[in-house]
Design a protein around this ligand. Structure first.
Ligand code: ITT
Length: 199
């Protein structure tokens, strides 16, 4: 099979993780940099699944190829599940990862360790050239660290300590992250689906 699968994400951190997680599928995996530049879609849905499907449909239909997209975020227990689907823009529209992390650490400043539980969620969506759709979800539980630590990964990785570990994702690095992360779980399941998918 020599069919093209586009990773419909403008996030370089995700792109790097997804290339590795999809490497064993019988598809020619490409990124947005391999196609003409188009504006990012507006993420107007209220759920991870809605936004993941929205992105996969948008890029897949525009370029006429099969497409996978990822909508993900962090849900913090002490903040009633926020920032959730708004994780990318938690500190404002054009904010940096560090802005988001500082805002989160500040919001949890007085919260003790045992109440700093959080969960990363990743929804992986596939849309085929025949318009068939498939969704997989992965999660990982952990806690929000008291300070930023580590320089690997992206986003909230410097403040998230996964269950069973004592270091943040940004300290643990991409191999450990891929084994236990929300994205690793969702896209390993997606990879299994893609092994057998044919339109
Ligand atoms: P695309 O929509 O182009 O894929 P994005 O960064 O806008 O890129 P999302 O809308 O799904 O993607 O927002 C996800 C945000 O959640 C991301 O920007 C991070 O702030 C956070 N996030 C998701 N997965 C993460 C991970 O594995 N590690 C750290 N932060 C993560």
């Amino acid at each position: 099979m020599d069919k093209v699968l586009l990773i419909g994400s403008g996030n370089p951190g995700k792109q790097q993780e997804l290339q590795a997680l999809l490497a064993d599928t019988p598809w020619i995996v490409k990124g947005l940099k391999d196609f003409d530049e188009i504006p990012e879609p507006e993420e107007t849905e209220a759920t991870f699944e809605g936004n993941a499907l929205l992105k996969a449909r948008y890029y897949g239909e525009h370029f006429g190829v099969a497409c996978v997209a990822d909508d993900s975020g962090i849900q913090v227990n002490a903040l009633n599940g926020e920032p959730g689907v708004y994780s990318a823009r938690y500190a404002g529209e054009a904010c940096s990862y560090d802005d988001n992390n500082q805002k989160l650490l500040k919001a949890l400043e007085t919260i003790p360790t045992e109440q700093r539980g959080a969960r990363f969620v990743c929804c992986a969506a596939f849309v085929g050239t025949d318009s068939s759709e498939h969704v997989e979800v992965g999660t990982v539980d952990g806690i929000i660290a008291p300070h930023c630590k580590g320089d690997q990964g992206f986003g909230y990785d410097p403040v998230f300590i996964p269950e069973g570990y004592e270091h943040t994702f940004a300290e643990l690095g991409l191999d450990v992250k891929a084994q236990v992360s929300h994205r690793g779980r969702a896209f390993r399941a997606m990879s299994t689906f893609l092994q057998s998918y044919s339109d």
